[in-house]
Design a binder for this molecule. Structure first.
Ligand SMILES: *[C@@H]1O[C@H](CO)[C@@H](O)[C@H](O)[C@H]1NC(C)=O
Ligand SMILES: *[C@@H]1O[C@H](CO)[C@@H](O)[C@H](O)[C@H]1NC(C)=O
Ligand SMILES: *[C@@H]1O[C@H](CO)[C@@H](O)[C@H](O)[C@H]1NC(C)=O
Ligand SMILES: *[C@@H]1O[C@H](CO)[C@@H](O)[C@H](O)[C@H]1NC(C)=O
Ligand SMILES: *[C@@H]1O[C@H](CO)[C@@H](O)[C@H](O)[C@H]1NC(C)=O
Ligand SMILES: *[C@@H]1O[C@H](CO)[C@@H](O)[C@H](O)[C@H]1NC(C)=O
Ligand SMILES: *[C@@H]1O[C@H](CO)[C@@H](O)[C@H](O)[C@H]1NC(C)=O
Ligand SMILES: *[C@@H]1O[C@H](CO)[C@@H](O)[C@H](O)[C@H]1NC(C)=O
Ligand SMILES: *[C@@H]1O[C@H](CO)[C@@H](O)[C@H](O)[C@H]1NC(C)=O
Length: 672
């Protein structure tokens, strides 16, 4: 009997001791991984531990994400501190391009459900971004400029609390010790770098420090801010990493990681870190040197035939390269490479033809990257230099709603443009060729419209130089693997601006999307793009081409929708294939906005920035009158140009209208 009591007591004591021990441990939790060989991590998405112990968050795949967390939650009391350091590397297939980045994360869960790829870094999505109920703290290593989150550049470190709009961000770099000032670092260099995140809870100080590997921790942090994290974190949180890729093949690695609560993280042992896989082209196999004179003659014979073949191949793969192009080296593809990628531009690889040329699918031999290659015939050298400069500069920019241009190649009379391959094809194919079952539902359509608006706004305002697209239409909207609408072919029309015959104004674009003033001026502007976008909005909502020759009475979509609006039956114009399933307010917004964008008077159209605000419901679309759509119409007969008086009238009225959110401004009716 006493034995049992004794045992029970012992058990209780042990239990208490155990409880006490776990409590003590949780006050001072720490762990260290010098390489992740055999580590027990909670992984999801593409994240995996490679055979040599690298934690690879993403493995080259486009538009994907990966998460890796320490498997047990950590306990943060109200005035917690923590310290962490890790070594990472971002390895991209292209020297100057990467996407999208890595974030160190404290999160209530290990899978960040619903999070999106690309600029969302696998952390948030468009609905929960910025919501304080996320309880997510992150330090992002971001390699893309996402203007919607106010990013400072395409190579920065940012402190994120529940939102991708960083609390603070700085260009990647470090203050080297001994007063050598600030040094830049390129996150996508492929070289390992070390990051420290130190948070002092009682003093609410957060330091973030970056440095190249092997340098000691810089004394001056990259960022040192005062922030109270106690409200944004929960008692129990997981620590780990999140990463996402965009449209460029990029791998994100963590080589080692150390973490401690309420103390300084133990230093990593650099000598024990796993090594990164070799990057860059494989070394060419050495040619065997044969020193035997006996077979010299054989060699000579072979050489002769090689010269013959080489000459033939030279001609086959001949390119045009001028001095001014040298600086575009990284964006220049060799014709041979493209020829191999498309298996000699086989018919079977043809994705489509039309517009400016034929488009082929290809797989680049060097990195197995899927691409779309557009062959544009172009005889005139006029404007080519400008055009290439423009496409290369745009190619450097990345936006989720623009088809990424990877580079180009020039041959005699021909330009080849290499784009990212979009797995879901073009929007018009789905709109018109898809069966009722696999058509896009309203939310997908609305998302695509917003995406295209955002891409177009980016071309108009997002970069130091304005880019007019000139050919916005559903067949130029491509859908990526995530069903994001992306604008393709930007600026291509520009090449054809100078018609071969200066007597004829060669209007470029597509019937039905062309703003009326184009027939007079022939000049693409942001307003002509807005007109095309308006036609596009109506097209996607109604599931009808802007000009439908089969509809004799209502050939013109804009007129047809306008007519229905006047009769109060605008909702009847919505695509029947939606089966009546849509959000009425959104449909009405889209139809009215489409009409407004397709206004005959250029100055009466909103800007893309305003369009975006309307679509995002940031600004309510003013309740403009139907008469407003008539402004300018009487002068439009046969399109002889605008009456100057009328133009200025429309402009001032438009401004009045745009600034009056309350009252309906009626124009021709004289203010009613
Ligand atoms: C939180 O933990 C630290 C370290 O263990 C301790 O010093 C502090 O008193 C704790 N704070 C509270 C409010 O429990
Ligand atoms: C917590 O970590 C610090 C720093 O390594 C150490 O000095 C201290 O003894 C630890 N405290 C506990 C309770 O383990
Ligand atoms: C990994 O950690 C989790 C959580 O602590 C645990 O449930 C699991 O058994 C561990 N797995 C291995 C292989 O150690
Ligand atoms: C990347 O990871 C995914 C999922 O683990 C796998 O299916 C795919 O084959 C991997 N790709 C490469 C290139 O390793
Ligand atoms: C965003 O994520 C939240 C949860 O994290 C989820 O409930 C929501 O459905 C997601 N939204 C979208 C549009 O995916
Ligand atoms: C934040 O998220 C919570 C839970 O998902 C939701 O109830 C709330 O409406 C969201 N708040 C905002 C402003 O979106
Ligand atoms: C660092 O990069 C910025 C932005 O690219 C540039 O303006 C600055 O001159 C660079 N500084 C150094 C020291 O290279
Ligand atoms: C942050 O950096 C400053 C030096 O700039 C240092 O005085 C402070 O102790 C650091 N705080 C933490 C929490 O590391
Ligand atoms: C945290 O909560 C406290 C009390 O609820 C409040 O006074 C403080 O301003 C909050 N801090 C932040 C950063 O939200």
């Amino acid at each position: 009997m006493p034995g049992i009591v004794h045992n029970t007591l012992l058990c209780l004591l042990l239990l208490l001791l155990l409880l006490f021990k776990t409590k003590a441990a949780s006050d001072n939790e720490s762990f260290i991984f010098n390489g992740f060989q055999g580590a027990n991590m909670s992984l999801n998405g593409l994240a995996e531990i490679t055979s040599n112990g690298l934690l690879r968050l993403t493995n080259n795949t486009k538009q994907q994400k990966g998460h890796a967390f320490y498997p047990t939650p950590l306990h943060f009391n109200t005035s917690f501190s923590f310290s962490t350091t890790f070594i990472f590397a971002i390895v991209s297939e292209y020297a100057n391009l990467g996407a999208h980045g890595i974030a160190f994360v404290l999160s209530p869960n290990t899978d960040l459900p619903g999070s999106r790829v690309s600029q969302y870094l696998g952390l948030f999505n468009e609905t929960n971004n910025g919501n304080s109920s996320n309880h997510v703290f992150a330090v992002e290593l971001d390699t893309i400029l996402s203007s919607e989150f106010g990013d400072i550049d395409d190579n920065h470190v940012g402190i994120d609390v529940n939102s991708l709009r960083s609390v603070n961000a700085q260009p990647a770099g470090y203050f080297s010790d001994g007063n050598h000032g600030f040094r830049n670092l390129s996150l996508i260099s492929g070289h390992p770098m070390q990051l420290w995140v130190d948070y002092d809870g009682p003093n609410m100080k957060l330091n973030v420090t970056l440095s190249p590997i092997k340098a000691s921790k810089p004394v001056v942090p990259l960022m040192s801010i005062t922030i109270d994290l106690s409200n944004s974190t929960l008692d129990s949180m997981y620590a780990g990493f999140s990463s996402s890729t965009g449209s460029v093949f990029t791998s994100h690695y963590i080589l080692g990681w150390s973490f401690r609560i309420n103390g300084r993280a133990q230093d990593l042992d650099l000598s024990h870190l796993p090594s990164l896989p070799r990057v860059g082209p494989k070394e060419k196999p050495k040619v065997l040197t044969v020193g035997l004179p006996v077979i010299l003659s054989v060699v000579a014979l072979t050489a002769a035939s090689i010269v013959g073949v080489t000459l033939w191949r030279r001609r086959k793969f001949v390119e045009v390269m001028e001095d001014w192009e040298l600086k575009y080296g990284p964006h220049r593809f060799s014709y041979k490479e493209l020829y191999t990628a498309t298996r000699g531009f086989r018919e079977r690889e043809l994705l489509g033809a039309g517009g400016f040329g034929r488009v082929y699918k290809g797989v680049l031999p060097k990195n197995k990257c899927e691409v779309a290659i557009k062959r544009v015939s172009h005889e005139s050298r006029q404007g080519m230099r400008e055009f290439v400069a423009e496409i290369v500069s745009i190619g450097r920019l990345r936006h989720r709603n623009i088809v990424q241009l990877l580079g180009y190649c020039r041959r005699k009379g021909e330009l080849l443009l290499v784009y990212d391959y979009m797995s879901n094809g073009s929007l018009d194919k789905i709109l018109y060729e898809g069966t009722k079952k696999d058509t896009l539902d309203w939310s997908q359509r609305f998302r695509i419209m917003k995406g295209v608006a955002s891409g177009l706004l980016y071309l108009h305002e997002g970069w130091e130089q304005l880019v007019v697209h000139r050919d916005v239409k559903s067949s130029n909207v491509l859908l990526d693997g995530d069903m994001n609408g992306r604008l393709g072919d930007f600026g291509l029309a520009r090449l054809y601006d100078h018609g071969t015959d200066p007597q004829t104004t060669h209007v470029v674009g597509t019937l039905g999307y062309l703003a009326p003033e184009l027939s007079k001026t022939g000049k693409g502007t942001t307003a002509t793009d807005v007109f095309s976008f308006g036609a596009f909005l109506l097209e996607v909502a109604c599931g009808r081409r802007p000009i439908d020759l089969r509809e004799e009475e209502h050939m013109n979509l804009v007129d047809w929708v306008l007519d229905h609006w006047r009769r109060g039956t605008v909702i009847e114009t919505v695509d029947e294939r939606l089966g009546g399933e849509y959000v009425v307010e959104e449909v009405e917004l889209v139809l009215k906005l489409g009409l407004l964008c397709a206004h005959v008077v250029p100055s009466a159209r909103p800007s893309m920035r305003q369009v975006m605000q309307f679509l995002d419901h940031d600004v309510e679309l003013p309740d403009f009158s139907q008469d407003y759509m008539n402004v300018g119409i009487p002068q439009m007969e046969g399109y002889h140009g605008f009456d100057d008086f009328f133009m200025s009238y429309a402009t001032s009225s438009y401004q009045k209208f745009m600034h009056s959110s309350t009252a309906e401004v009626s124009l021709l009716s004289g203010g009613r």
